[in-house]
Ligand binder design. Structure first.
Ligand SMILES: [Mg+2]
Length: 263
């Protein structure tokens, strides 16, 4: 990945997350997102990112500190520091955490249950695409919270998609109508919806707005779509007014700088 792609991916996912936060859990068609807004579902100021970006930054920080090796115990410690102490957040406050993540972080055991096939690990694994990681390492990073085999496979698939985008791959157009796209919290729905948004739009802006406007798990769909669009279109394609509104940007900047050292 080039330095511009790394920055595009990291800012792209954080901006997507922040765009979606005010509308999380709202039904499709009950709102219209056309830019960075405040308050809404979690009553946060405009530009506030949520668990998706916080856990992504924790993952990235762990990789940087451990010479790009996946160390599940270090990941768990950083996720705990986020959940219990508000690390990797703009305000030191955690206002959004999925049930599977919360129970796994507290118990130290990733869930293998049939009902634990949510998007809580998919949303945070983008940094694993910066430098090559084995399938086994990607599965181990998911398993800190989400150890169901299907979720781990989906994380491998998503990291490989990000790598292909970085190598110039363009997804084929996806002719399915919006009605055919589900945007809830299951890992399959998020991966599919995010790729549909990328395939059927022509800019970073249109991709993440399409993701938010699908409704339901707005922040996570837009976070996953935003990582892909950020790689595809580059940092310079992210609207300047959204970057300006993004809170906690110095934290992203410091980690992005560290990530691109020696690429
Ligand atoms: Mg969230």
């Amino acid at each position: 990945m080039t330095p511009d792609q790394v920055r595009g991916m990291l800012y792209g996912l954080a901006v997507g997350d922040a765009l979606g936060v005010p509308y999380e859990f709202k039904g499709r068609g009950t709102f219209h997102c056309d830019g960075m807004a405040g308050h809404g579902t979690h009553n946060r100021p405009a530009g506030t990112w949520s668990d998706d970006t916080a856990m992504t930054l924790a993952t990235l920080h762990s990789l940087i500190e451990d010479d790009w090796n996946v160390d599940p115990s270090d990941l768990l410690a950083r996720y705990r520091n986020w959940l219990e102490a508000g690390a990797y957040t703009p305000d030191g406050e955690v206002f959004d955490c999925g049930l599977t993540c919360a129970s796994a972080i507290r118990s130290g055991r990733g869930s293998t249950g049939e009902r634990s096939q949510g998007n809580g690990s998919l949303m945070r694994i983008a940094p694993l695409a910066i430098r090559h990681q084995s399938d086994e390492a990607i599965r181990a990073a998911s398993a800190v919270t989400h150890a169901h085999p299907h979720v781990m496979d989906m994380c491998v698939r998503q990291v490989r998609l990000l790598e292909r985008l970085a190598n110039g791959w363009t997804p084929d157009p996806d002719p399915r109508p919006e009605d055919a796209i589900r945007s809830g919290g299951f890992v399959d729905e998020t991966a599919d919806a995010a790729l549909w948004c990328l395939a059927d739009t022509g800019s970073y802006r249109d991709c993440v707005l399409a993701a938010v406007n699908l409704g339901s798990d707005t922040d996570t769909t837009a976070c996953v779509a935003g990582a892909m669009a950020g790689i595809r279109y580059g940092y310079g394609a992210i609207p300047a007014e959204w970057l300006k509104a993004l809170r906690g940007a110095p934290m992203i900047e410091a980690l992005a700088d560290a990530a691109v050292q020696g690429l």
